[in-house]
Design a protein around this ligand. Structure first.
Ligand code: ARG
Length: 323
């Protein structure tokens, strides 16, 4: 069991690394959008199997709680269906009944950061507001599990959390490990430099000291370009290096870069759309968890259509982030 977990962790971290490797590839975005249907189609069978398994698990749990198998049958009747045991809770099966547990890494303003008054406990940001709304609109409460960015997909795979919401870019390789919702935000990698820097395009980084954050798509964008770099655990650590003159450029996602530039004197953003493609953020669920994915997709689609997500983006991009 332990061995299996280790192997899984290794496969996942390889998947994440490979994902990042292709993030700057020119065909990534196109491949992503055309792939979606094919990937979903091939998953239908597995999804059906896993739903059936979930239903059995729920029924078993119910029957334990009621100390009798006959009570599980009564529950089913009450829910008006024998096949959909998840209907017992009126919602999808989750790690904890009535709670939708999201994993995140709260080091990524304006999407997730720690604040005095967060929307979910101490966690604030665009993603946190979206997570809370998705849970509450579906009769659940939202809970956050905070962890390293690199651990998120592994925790999801291990069933520790129900979903990942972390400004996570959809990549083909990550799609091999988990299922992604419809995208809710479009971003791109940018370069943060000192105001007087002569870096004007990605190629100018060639002889510079580059800082990135470990496991982010920005890391392997830079690695893919063949440049040496130093990887930090947090964006704020990379920015501190830049501010202190110990590195020349930080490569990171656009909205987060904007927050760092707003919060630190003497920095500016340099964009290079030819070198850095657009990336799409989405929520990840366990492979085959179509029930939860459908719920999340409906919520996101509604929030994109009625302007909720663009309003949240505007609100959090303008607000001061406390990290
Ligand atoms: N979009 C980038 C990626 O998917 C960075 C995300 C970092 N998110 C976070 N919550 N720390 O790799």
């Amino acid at each position: 069991m332990k061995k299996a977990t280790k192997v899984l962790a290794l496969v996942l971290s390889m998947a994440m690394t490979m994902a990042a490797l292709t993030a700057c590839g020119n065909d990534t975005a196109a491949a992503d959008s055309t792939d979606v249907t094919a990937v979903e189609d091939t998953q239908t069978d597995a999804a059906a199997d896993s739903e059936a398994a979930d239903a059995q698990t729920d029924a078993a749990a119910d029957s334990e709680a009621a100390d009798a198998q006959t009570d599980a049958a009564a529950d089913s009747e009450a829910a008006d269906t024998q096949t959909d045991a998840a209907a017992d809770t009126g919602a999808v099966a989750t790690v904890q009944d009535g709670v939708l547990t999201f994993g995140t890494n709260p080091e990524f303003p304006p999407f997730e950061f720690v604040a005095a008054n967060g929307v979910i406990d101490q966690y604030d940001g665009i993603d946190m507001a979206i997570a809370k709304q998705i849970a509450e609109e579906n009769g659940m409460t939202a809970a956050i599990e905070s962890m390293e960015f690199d651990s998120l997909l592994i925790a999801l795979q291990n069933g520790q959390i129900d979903a990942v919401i972390a400004g996570m870019t959809v990549t083909d390789e990550r799609k091999e490990a988990v299922d992604f919702s419809v995208p809710y935000y479009t971003a791109t990698q940018v370069m943060i430099v000192k105001e007087d820097s002569d870096i004007a395009k990605a190629a100018d980084m060639a002889d510079k000291k580059i800082c990135v954050v470990q496991g982010y798509t920005g890391e392997t964008c830079v690695s893919d370009m063949g440049y040496d770099y130093e990887a930090f655990k947090k964006g704020t650590e990379a920015i501190l290096e830049l501010v202190n003159g110990k590195c020349d450029v930080v490569v990171i996602d656009s909205a987060t870069a904007q927050k760092y530039v707003d919060d630190n004197e003497g920095l500016k953003i340099v964009e290079d759309p030819d070198a850095f493609e657009s990336e799409e953020y989405a929520i990840a669920v366990q492979k085959g968890n179509t029930q939860l994915l459908d719920m999340i997709n409906s919520a996101i689609e509604a929030k994109l259509a009625d302007g909720t997500i663009s309003a949240l983006s505007a609100q959090y991009l303008d607000a001061d982030s406390e990290e």
